[in-house]
Design a protein around this ligand. Structure first.
Ligand SMILES: [Zn+2]
Length: 490
């Protein structure tokens, strides 16, 4: 039996600003499709999928043929039951219920939105039926679920999640049951199309990100606590409809990375971040703890805003919350950390979206206190350049090089024992490739966290190596000697 994933709305046709309520699968909304006919079973065709996503508008109506095996080209579909030999779906309607040329403008907006959502990947979203492609995916964007014999409350349906992407499937976005108008309806349709298509590429419903934020800004969500255009997020999420559960194919999922591995990279066509520093003015004198203020926004939303002082990233602010219309352009406050030394300071603010698209505001130069005259008033490892700026040279320390401050290291981490600190990086103990170089191993610092350390560096000091506690001998030896790893601070 094949599980269908449904997107459901209780009030799909009400032209209200309120987003429709979505019913969770597993509460009476799971649809078990009939077993495949005797002539064959559904081929999984996992591993290689076409990168073409065809959006079928059903001009003049579509005929759907029930079949145990999907065929995107001929509209043989595993979704409707065998109760009838064929089903008819009405053509895509705009918000006024019009079809044909009258609906062209809204249709074009829907296609544009889906192209934007899939643009970070090497996927081709098109509403022109492919003629030469060996295979492709079809999402039918038309009609109502009742026309396939399904509940009228269903907004979209996909033939279930398989952990590997599957090719040549048909999914549905029951466009004519999507309520609202204008941009809200475009975003709503785009949400359903993105979700149903992505289910066939192995993605489940996202629920919340690692820091507890709602996944409402990802089309894989059922949640409606934020609106606007949704994008496949570069963040690991738990799965679930109205509460968190493990994902179908692992504890969590990162929709962006998953689709990157399915399709390879594309060229994002979303508007990159904008950022403008509103204070201080160029040439200003600023006190300790001064807060730089910048206004930033991006089509995908801002993920972080960074404060760079004399070429070093001193502070980061997280992107603003998403609201009814997505994330608004927002004001970000970036106070100078207390240990920023006095001197001439070049201030640069960078704004990033969640896939790393970065915009840098024009540099402004300020003075805090007086220009430096020697490295004595600068931070650990900095020099005072002839222009009165305290700054670090660009990092040169490779993994394993001895260090005394973190800005020396290419990894940005200088850690070690009381005897020796090296450039290192964090890793997960017990993961075989947790460190980039085979001559390093991951030494545990706390549960699930460690740093890369040269293999066998402390062999001569090993204590209790055969104690059989299950801990690596090196670790016992190190802690037995009281050489607790610590992170060097400036
Ligand atoms: Zn779904």
């Amino acid at each position: 039996m094949r599980l269908a994933l449904l997107l459901v709305a209780l009030v799909p046709s009400v032209a209200s600003a309120e987003l429709p309520h979505r019913l969770p699968i597993g509460q009476g909304e799971r649809v078990f499709l009939p077993p495949p006919p005797d002539d064959g079973t559904q081929p999984e065709q996992a591993g290689t999928v076409s990168n073409i996503i065809y959006l079928e508008r059903c001009k003049g109506g579509c005929t759907i043929y029930p079949s145990g095996v999907d065929d995107a080209k001929t509209l043989r579909s595993s979704i409707p039951s065998n109760a009838m030999s064929e089903y008819r779906l009405d053509e895509f309607e705009n918000s006024a219920g019009e079809i044909g040329a009258a609906a062209d403008a809204e249709w074009a907006e829907v296609v544009k939105c889906v192209k934007e959502v899939y643009s970070p990947f090497n996927a081709v979203v098109t509403d022109v039926k492919p003629v030469n492609a060996t295979s492709y995916h079809t999402d039918v964007v038309a009609g109502a679920a009742t026309q396939l014999g399904l509940s009228s409350s269903i907004l979209g349906v996909s033939p279930g999640v398989s952990c590997a992407p599957v090719d040549n499937r048909i999914t549905y976005t029951f466009a004519n049951r999507h309520g609202g108008s204008g941009r809200a309806r475009i975003n709503h349709l785009c949400w359903t199309i993105a979700q149903e298509t992505a289910h066939t590429y192995g993605l489940d419903h996202s629920f919340a990100f690692g820091d507890g934020r709602s996944a409402c800004n990802d089309p894989l969500t059922y949640r409606s606590d934020c609106g606007g255009q949704k994008f496949f997020r570069n963040d690991s999420a738990t799965c679930g409809e109205f509460s968190a559960r493990p994902c179908d194919c692992g504890a969590t999922q990162n929709a962006h990375l998953s689709l990157l591995s399915t399709f390879g990279p594309g060229t994002p066509i979303t508007r990159p971040p904008t950022v403008m520093v509103t204070q201080p003015a160029n040439g200003a004198t600023v006190p300790n703890g001064y807060a730089v203020i910048a206004i930033a926004g991006a089509q995908r939303g801002i993920s972080s805003v960074e404060l760079w002082l004399n070429g070093y990233k001193w502070a980061t602010a997280k992107g603003a919350a998403y609201g009814r219309d997505g994330q608004p352009d927002s004001s970000y406050s970036l106070p100078f950390p207390a240990d920023v030394p006095d001197g001439i300071i070049d201030v640069v603010v960078k704004a990033k979206d969640d896939i790393g698209t970065t915009t840098t505001a024009p540099m402004i130069t300020v003075t805090k206190g007086a220009p430096c005259v020697s490295a004595e008033t600068c931070a650990d490892g900095q020099r005072c350049d002839p222009t009165g700026r305290c700054l670090w040279d660009a990092p040169v320390g490779e993994l394993g090089d001895e260090c005394t401050f973190e800005q020396y290291c290419l990894t940005g981490t200088c850690a070690g024992t009381d005897e020796k600190t090296i450039c290192t990086q964090s890793c997960v103990p017990g993961v075989s490739d947790g460190c980039p170089d085979a001559s390093f191993e991951c030494l545990e610092q706390s549960a699930g966290r460690g740093v890369c350390w040269p293999k066998g560096a402390e062999e001569g000091n090993c204590l209790g190596c055969s104690a059989g506690t299950g801990a690596p001998p090196f670790l016992i030896g190190l802690f037995g000697l009281g050489l607790i790893l610590r992170k060097r601070r400036r």
